[in-house]
Design a protein around this ligand. Sequence first.
Ligand code: C2E
Ligand code: CA
Ligand code: CA
Ligand code: CA
Length: 276
Amino acid sequence: AKSGGRGAFRFFEPELDELMHARRNLERDMRDALSERQFELHYQPFVNAATGETRGFEALLRWRHPQRGLVLPGEFIPLAEETGLIVPLGEWVLRTACAEAAKWPQEVGIAINLSPAQFRSKELAPVIVGALASSGIAPHRLELEVTETVIMHDSEAVFAVLAQLRELGVRIALDDFGTGYSSLSFLQRFPFDKVKIDRSFVDELSSTRAEARHLARAVVRFAVSLGKTTTAEGVETEEQLDILREEGCMETQGYYFSRPMPASDVARMLRRDGAA
Ligand code: C2E
Ligand code: CA
Ligand code: CA
Ligand code: CA
């Protein structure tokens, strides 16, 4: 279907031209951005569903573009993956996030998103070992979020890397659960510590359509049945939180608790909670 779509572009050459131009600009800007320190990380807490206690923070990449302002990852990560820039960028994310977490209390974890390209680079394990060593944080505080796309790709090689990382004590989370195509048996073979239920299902927990609601509940139940830690992402309402608790979901994350925030706000929040 993709190659057919690409062929179809030939009939719209001016637009293709514009598209290529925009792409080249973005690519050039992105290369400069890393050396000019325009990237930053924001952090979103994930909390114990029963107690509300903060368990850790997920690092989410932002680009402070000199002209365009704050750019979200959806706009540049796909191109960073295509061009390979995600490898040095991902290394920067790992090092920066671990260094930040070193300033937090020992029981607060740090979660980082990994791209398939980072697994293919072969440098992943050494980069993670390096980030742990230079920050000095305990390996069990670091959680790596991977999607099914990562594990479907060359699954034996990825399996080996994941097993190696887990041996170090690092935790592995399966991100965007429910959106992939893996079978239950496939998922059970992979060494995960945590399953993150995709926001689209959390959204539908409060849908007015009964069918959508039932499907969403079934996905939550399925995740819980895997017997790992379960985290629901994108929780925005009390109603969603109540249903998730009822279904036995252990952790929650979303705007209901907090939006992603700069490191300085995290430090302030942790100081305030620590003092309380
Ligand atoms: P994700 O890992 O599934 O992250 C969750 C996304 O949902 C984040 O978007 C977050 O800001 C947003 N979100 C959190 N709570 C809520 C909520 O209650 N409601 C709504 N509507 N949205 C919520 P963001 O920051 O734009 O990131 C998008 C995606 O970009 C991430 O999806 C992740 O796949 C990718 N990404 C972000 N940072 C990195 C990174 O450092 N490396 C890699 N490889 N990917 C990253
Ligand atoms: Ca994630
Ligand atoms: Ca996710
Ligand atoms: Ca997602």
